[in-house]
Design a protein around this ligand. Structure first.
Ligand code: ADP
Ligand code: ZN
Ligand code: ZN
Length: 819
């Protein structure tokens, strides 16, 4: 008879934990179901069963499980295998993987804080215990589970809390921080004056001298099926402008004439937009050829790279592959590197796939994420999931295809907390578990992926021309160093950029300006004595944010008052050094007072709706100039951008990292790719102080292969990926002296095992974050060395350190394949 279960707890402790259970429960306990277990002093956690067995543990008394939460597994067998792989490859505890994978609503614990949903109307089928909890909460609507246990006298309370969450009577406290608002969508209709055929017909003549407006009217009639029987269909503003290839101002003209009116509609939670159905676009000849090559490639090897220049129609090709997969009864996972991108791709996919599509990322509330998780386990799961890296954790029943869009993006790597996984690489392993295929897509492949194609590990398919033969943008380099010397730069803007901007605004076209730093000024300095304000918790200078009039640490988030006098010399001459997006915005508003300007960076996109607003306003032509950090570089697809300005190409290039060259190339090529998507060639002004750098002609002439060849050569020479595997060892401690000693000790232990493959310890560029000093040791391991063995040694060394009293409060962790 089976008597014990091994479970994983949502805690950063390696290993599994064993509990006993009642005989009667044996038929309910399955691998993948959740159970409530006691752990530590008066603490309860939601654990997941990973094994049933009869081996009584020795040396301690086994506690019984408290209760069983699920009838059917919440975690599928493939997922458990995937978790185990993540845990062992990235040297993280299985509990860390669990914590990262499940939405909070599925892993209640005694420290969870719950809140009464004031909109909940009780139903008669509430149990006495449920009612009792709701009563307690109506006196004090926000409470921890621990307190509820105390006040109610019900020890086994988590299953009841869980039930109430499912009923919608409770919410998790953290949801409120998410600032969730339903999204709004603008739609267009004819005003009441023009709702009859008779009223409309004369308009066709009247608009004869306003061809753009006439186009709009005709498209509206087409989309709404105005002349068909029955009520006209609703038409979104976005779709109308897109289909008519018109600008917001033409539409405004018709609104002013009283022909159209605009109105806003709230879009529901999972449902999402109007069911504006669109058929698959038929592919161009070259796209079709690429599609066939991909199909053949994926039949041959599990992973294929689609390298297509920006605007070649990669997304259209994906859509055809998705259609094929779901026709075959398979599910598709579509990964994007950044939440900002999901808005546009969601609406493109929604139009083709409707409610077969589910979207999953952290800007959704926890309740929504729980809903999607459960739907994926149901008989009617979404066939397509679109999401950022965390969506690799969702349950899939018939996964057939994973698309990793913009595969080169480093945001696919999770930095903190553990597991420090790379979602692209993990997706390839996940696909393998389902015998599914993977398509990696980008205009600028990562060096690693390119190498995998060269060595025939992956297949390669290329799309070398833009859709409809739109030309790639013309890139115009500008020597900022020279202009500054001649004193003809206006702030951050070269005369060329300013004149192109003016020209563009006159033509009512749009502009994107790229500056890779947010805030107003990255540094404040006392002109008298050179004092620079620094964070008290971290080893970095503070960034000035003008709107808030405060100094912020971009590492720990701490904010400070801007001093009026220098604390070192009492001088009052404080200046701002450098410039971030906020300052660019301020200067642009002064230079172009009539233009409408928006900024997209971490500070302006805290909520999901703020992203959507900024992007929609730009799409609809409400904004003329969009200023942004690398958020604007990634695959956004705008139609009327004729000028892109890269304000300072050098900041990325000078970063002390072996990937700086590759990254700079990718970033510049991607930002440039936002120019001139439909209609005509765009222009990109590339401002730099390093005109002689070889990367400049490579970007201008789109010489990716030359760039990657030179990088591969260097990587081989200096023992970097893809030729060597990197593992960074991070050590953190409050006391710098002790830390130095510990880091030396660790390096010595590592050298004992790995010899000259160990470099360091070194102080990283930011040597202290949140009061903890940091040291880094680098390990470079040859590709042909067996990783499981390496990892075993690493874990042993780490555990020895942690157990040793001399190394008290030392934090050590490994970052495998760091980015
Ligand atoms: P990429 O993903 O390579 O940057 P997209 O798929 O976004 O390119 O295509 C760029 C633009 O061209 C989009 O607006 C897209 O709708 C349009 N497009 C590309 N291929 C087609 C096609 N076969 N039919 C209609 N429109 C297309
Ligand atoms: Zn001073
Ligand atoms: Zn700080």
């Amino acid at each position: 008879m089976k008597q014990f279960v091994d479970v994983v707890l949502p805690l950063p402790i390696p290993g599994l934990f064993t509990y006993s259970f009642n005989e009667a429960d044996v038929e309910h306990l399955k691998i993948g179901v959740r159970v409530i277990v006691p752990f530590g002093k008066k603490k309860y956690y939601t654990a997941i069963v990973v094994k049933l067995h009869t081996n009584a543990p020795v040396g301690y008394t086994v506690k019984p499980i408290f209760s069983i939460l699920d009838d059917t597994p919440i975690l599928l067998a493939e997922q458990l295998k995937f978790w185990n792989w993540l845990s062992s490859y990235y040297l993280a505890a299985l509990g860390d993987v669990y914590k990262a994978a499940l939405p909070s609503g599925l892993k209640l614990a005694s420290e969870t804080i719950v809140e009464l949903n004031l909109d909940y109307i009780g139903t008669p089928d509430l149990t006495d215990r449920e009612t009792k909890l709701l009563d307690l909460l109506s006196e004090d609507p926000i409470q921890s589970v621990t307190k509820l246990i105390k006040d109610s006298g019900i020890e086994n309370i988590l299953p009841i809390v869980n039930k109430l969450l499912e009923r919608g009577a409770l919410m998790l406290r953290e949801e409120l921080k998410n600032n969730y608002k339903p999204r709004l969508e603008t739609r267009v209709r004819l005003t009441s004056t023009y709702q009859t055929n008779e009223a409309i017909e004369p308009l066709f003549d009247q608009l004869g001298n306003a061809p753009k407006q006439l186009d709009l009217l005709i498209k509206y009639i087409d989309l709404s099926r105005f002349f068909a029987q029955g009520d006209p269909k609703e038409v979104t503003r976005f779709r109308l402008l897109e289909q008519a290839n018109a600008s917001g101002s033409s539409l405004k003209g018709l609104v002013d004439k009283g022909v159209f009116e605009e109105y806003e509609i709230e879009i529901g939670r999972l449902g999402g937009g109007l069911a504006d159905i669109d058929d698959l676009h038929s592919l161009s000849r070259v796209q079709n050829q690429a599609l066939q090559e991909i199909q053949a490639a994926l039949a041959d090897k599990p992973v294929c790279l689609l390298q297509g220049v920006t605007s070649s129609g990669k997304t259209e090709v994906y859509i055809h592959l998705i259609q094929e997969a779901i026709n075959n009864g398979k599910q598709v996972l579509y990964l994007l590197p950044e939440i900002a991108l999901t808005t546009q791709i969601t609406s493109r996919l929604k139009r083709v796939f409707g409610d077969k599509l589910g979207v999953y990322h952290s800007k959704f509330t926890d309740a929504e994420r729980v809903e999607i998780w459960k739907k994926q386990l149901s008989d009617e799961p979404y066939q397509i999931i679109l999401g950022v890296r965390s969506s690799i954790f969702l349950p899939f029943q018939r996964l057939g295809l994973i698309i990793v869009d913009e595969e080169h993006e480093s945001t696919y790597k999770q930095y903190d907390p553990a597991p420090r996984y790379h979602a692209r690489d993990a997706a390839i392993v996940l696909a393998h578990l389902y015998d599914a295929r993977v398509l990696l897509g980008t205009a600028t492949p990562s060096v690693e992926t390119w190498y995998n194609c060269q060595t025939q590990k992956y297949n390669l398919v290329q799309l070398t021309e833009r859709y409809k033969e739109i030309k790639l943008p013309e890139i115009l380099p500008v020597d900022v160093y020279d202009l500054k010397r001649k004193k003809i730069m206006k702030g951050q803007f070269s005369p060329l950029l300013l004149s192109l901007m003016r020209e563009t605004l006159d033509k009512k076209e749009q502009i994107i300006l790229f500056q890779n730093r947010r805030g107003f000024a990255p540094m404040v300095e006392c002109n008298t004595c050179g004092w620079v304000p620094k964070c008290t918790n971290c080893d970095v200078s503070l960034t000035y944010h003008k709107r808030l009039n405060e100094l912020t640490c971009h590492y720990c988030g701490y904010t400070y008052q801007l001093p009026t006098v220098c604390p070192a010399c009492e001088g009052v001459d404080l200046t701002f050094k450098g410039f971030g997006t906020e300052k660019v915005e301020a200067e642009i508003k002064e230079l172009f007072p009539d233009a409408s300007v928006a900024r997209m960076d971490l500070d302006t996109t805290r909520t999901r709706t703020s992203f959507e607003r900024i992007i929609a306003d730009f799409e609809e032509g409400k904004t003329n100039i969009l200023i942004g950090t690398q958020m604007v570089s990634k695959g956004l697809d705008f139609d009327h951008v004729s000028v892109v300005g890269i304000l300072n190409a050098d900041t990325m290039l000078n970063y002390p990292d072996f990937r700086a060259y590759e990254r700079s190339y990718q970033l510049m090529a991607q930002v440039a790719g936002r120019a001139g998507r439909r209609g005509k060639q765009g222009r990109v002004v590339l401002q730099t102080r390093s005109m002689d750098h070889p990367i400049i002609p490579q970007v201008i002439n789109n010489r990716y292969e030359e760039m990657v060849a030179s990088q591969l050569e260097e990587r081989q020479l200096f023992h970097y990926p893809p030729f060597y595997r990197l593992i960074y060892v991070y050590l953190k401690h409050r006391d710098e002296k002790k830390l130095d000693f510990m880091a030396q000790h660790m390096a010595t232990a590592l050298r004992g095992a790995f010899g000259a493959r160990v470099l360091g310890p070194d102080k990283p560029p930011v040597g202290r974050i949140q009061l903890l000093y940091i040291r880094k040791i680098v390990l470079k391991i040859e590709r042909n060395i067996s990783m499981p063995q390496v990892k075993e040694v690493l874990l042993k060394i780490k555990n020895n350190m942690i157990r040793d009293k001399n190394f008290k409060s030392l934090i050590v962790y490994y970052d495998v394949d760091p980015m």
